[in-house]
Write a protein that binds this ligand. Structure first.
Ligand SMILES: Nc1ncnc2c1ncn2[C@@H]1O[C@H](COP(=O)(O)OP(=O)(O)OP(=O)(O)O)[C@@H](O)[C@H]1O
Length: 252
């Protein structure tokens, strides 16, 4: 099976403190891949490294067979789009100006772009904000604007860091519909989320990240086997070795 992402012995440190530790991970092309893990596990760091925004100290990463380094940076950027947490937006632009600006940088075909942008904004109920400055948007609308922009870039690899956070249930369903549509077109989608129900129902493969390493990689076959007896929640608890706390704090 062809790989969208191949990660070999990845080390990422903040101030010499390792956060990702010899991380190994291969993600097949055309899958919706869910990365889950407790707070501070390193999920956003992992996404940041894949976008090229964060440097790393050791190991190697290949995206569509290309080594992630300065030589290939531009080619890899052309393949990928991302929604970061918090989303990276330009505050003084209107929503539509932001979309147009990012699409111009990515050299997206101009013909029909505005129509496409309006139809996606309409689908996510943010069309009325097209001429409104980004700094006036609610956090859910900011997420949706970042998502719409990323989709308009027509990436082969879409990196989504907590795309559903702050987003209402109707729009979460619509985001899932768009993600599935992209998968059917051959796009690989990497998504982090704390909402296990969404991950469970959306993703093909799921990996559990804990203490800077992949503790479990659940593909469709191992998921079927494991989920015969346990929920994803239980599997998560097992792999992140959740400390049992039977009592709530005494003073409460
Ligand atoms: N810029 C930074 N400088 C120093 N340490 C950082 C920085 N960013 C993240 N960290 C640390 O790296 C670790 C991993 O953080 P990261 O945000 O990647 O985790 P996460 O799994 O995305 O967490 P969450 O689920 O809470 O969003 C944490 O211990 C965090 O404190």
């Amino acid at each position: 099976m062809e790989r969208a992402v191949e990660i070999n012995k990845l080390i990422k440190c903040y101030e010499e403190e390792p956060v990702l530790k010899d991380l190994e991970l291969d993600i097949p092309k055309g899958t919706i891949f869910g990365l889950i893990g407790p707070n501070g596990a390193g999920k956003s760091t992992h996404i940041g490294v894949l976008t090229g925004l964060l440097s790393f100290e050791g190991g190697d990463i290949k995206i569509h067979g290309m080594e992630l380094n300065t030589d290939n940076e531009l080619n890899i950027k052309r393949l990928t789009a991302s929604v970061l947490q918090p989303p990276l937006l330009f505050e003084q632009f209107s929503s539509l100006e932001f979309i147009e600006y990012i699409c111009e940088i990515y050299e997206v075909e101009k013909e029909g772009l505005i129509e496409k942008a309006y139809s996606l904004m309409d689908y996510f109920d943010i069309k009325d904000f097209a001429k409104i400055k980004v700094n006036k948007l609610s956090s859910g609308s900011r997420k949706k604007l970042a998502f719409v922009t990323a989709v308009l870039l027509e990436p082969k690899l879409l990196l989504l860091d907590e795309p559903f956070e702050s987003v209402d249930v109707i729009s979460i369903e619509r985001m899932k519909n768009v993600i599935r549509r992209l998968k059917n077109k051959g796009v690989t989608i990497i998504v982090t989320s704390h909402i296990l129900e969404v991950v469970e129902n959306l993703c093909d493969d799921i990996a559990i990240l804990h203490n800077g390493k992949i503790k479990a990689y659940l593909d469709s076959i191992s998921r079927k086997e494991l989920q015969k007896d346990s929920s994803l929640h239980e599997i998560f608890e097992k792999f992140v070795e959740v400390e049992k706390k039977d009592q709530i704090v005494e003073w409460l």
